[in-house]
Design a protein around this ligand. Structure first.
Ligand code: SAM
Length: 286
């Protein structure tokens, strides 16, 4: 089997199997070797690593991963792709394909079984509508993770790595940055895929923090504050928090807490850094 990752080989495989793209699975296959190499480099995959690939498609990135990693497990939801993957990956004895919905896979158990519970690397080029739940699920479910290197919609990558005071900064930036350091490794135009997606894409690497970057007694409350602050972006922080149905603090309690942080009463949520949200949660919790 020739190496995939260019238009000719990809089209040949698709024709050989009479494959029809399924929109509901967000199938856009990579056809640019430079992008594939960038993803492997960004993830820092070495022969020591066990890698979980989510959504291998016809196995293009899987081939690159198999060459770079010790072992790869690829989870693909579309059963029509399984015979294709058996063909395109038959020369690699370090790849295992599972046909399932990644949202139903016990990834922590997989990490225990395949990597003795040590941190794993996750690489994925996913349908954009499930990328955020998958990434958040990985971090929130305490899967042992080294990094997650994933192709996302360009705007999502920009939001994930944005800092306070910028237009892209919001609840997604803070949630991702609580768990990981975000680094955009490449911007990828639509012509690097078959079929071409309607939006630009980016490869983002999220390296899990080894130690929490902020300490907070009640992280649940901190995340509720963060969500409430950005639900009504144009309002002041005090008003957003007062109006939030998921919070039950009085206006006075909120104003006092904001004052105790040394912030202006008219400050907006978008001006606060993660440490300030953590401190606000600590003050309100006490
Ligand atoms: N990795 C391949 C590539 O780069 O060419 C394919 C990428 S394509 C954007 C997304 C892949 O994820 C498809 O193969 C699709 O069938 C698969 N997929 C979609 N939803 C999934 C899910 N919930 N669990 C596992 N795989 C899924």
């Amino acid at each position: 089997m020739a190496k995939l990752g260019n238009p000719q080989e990809t089209i040949a495989v698709l024709q050989k199997y009479g494959f029809h793209f399924q929109k509901k699975f967000g199938q856009n296959f990579l056809i640019d070797p430079r992008v594939l190499e960038k993803i492997i480099r960004a993830a820092g995959v070495t022969k020591e690593d066990f890698v979980l690939e989510i959504g291998p498609g016809i196995g293009t990135m899987t081939q690159y991963l198999a060459e770079a990693a010790r072992e790869v497990t690829a989870v693909e939801i579309d059963r029509n792709l399984i015979p294709i993957l058996e063909d395109t990956l038959r020369e690699y004895d370090n790849v295992n394909v599972i046909c399932d919905d990644i949202l139903k896979v016990d990834i922590a158990a997989l990490a225990r079984e395949k990597n003795g519970g040590r941190p794993i690397k996750v690489v994925a080029n996913l349908p954009y509508y499930i990328t955020t739940p998958i990434i958040m699920g990985l971090f929130e479910r305490q899967v042992p993770l080294d990094n997650v290197t994933v192709m996302v919609q360009k705007e999502v990558a920009d939001r994930m790595q944005a800092g306070p005071g910028t237009k892209d900064y919001g609840a997604l930036s803070l949630t991702v940055q609580y768990y990981a350091e975000a680094y955009v490794a490449a911007y990828v135009p639509p012509n690097c895929f078959i079929p071409r997606p309607g939006v630009g894409s980016a490869v983002i690497r999220l390296t899990r923090h080894k130690e929490p970057v902020v300490s907070c007694r009640d992280t649940g409350l901190m995340f509720r504050l963060i969500r409430a602050s950005f639900n009504q972006r144009r309002k002041t922080l005090a008003n957003s928090l007062c109006n939030a149905p998921e919070l039950s603090f009085s206006k006075e309690e909120i104003q006092k807490a904001i004052e105790a942080l040394g912030l202006s009463p008219s400050v907006r949520g978008e001006a606060l850094a993660l440490e300030q949200f953590a401190a606000l949660a600590d003050i309100l919790a006490s």
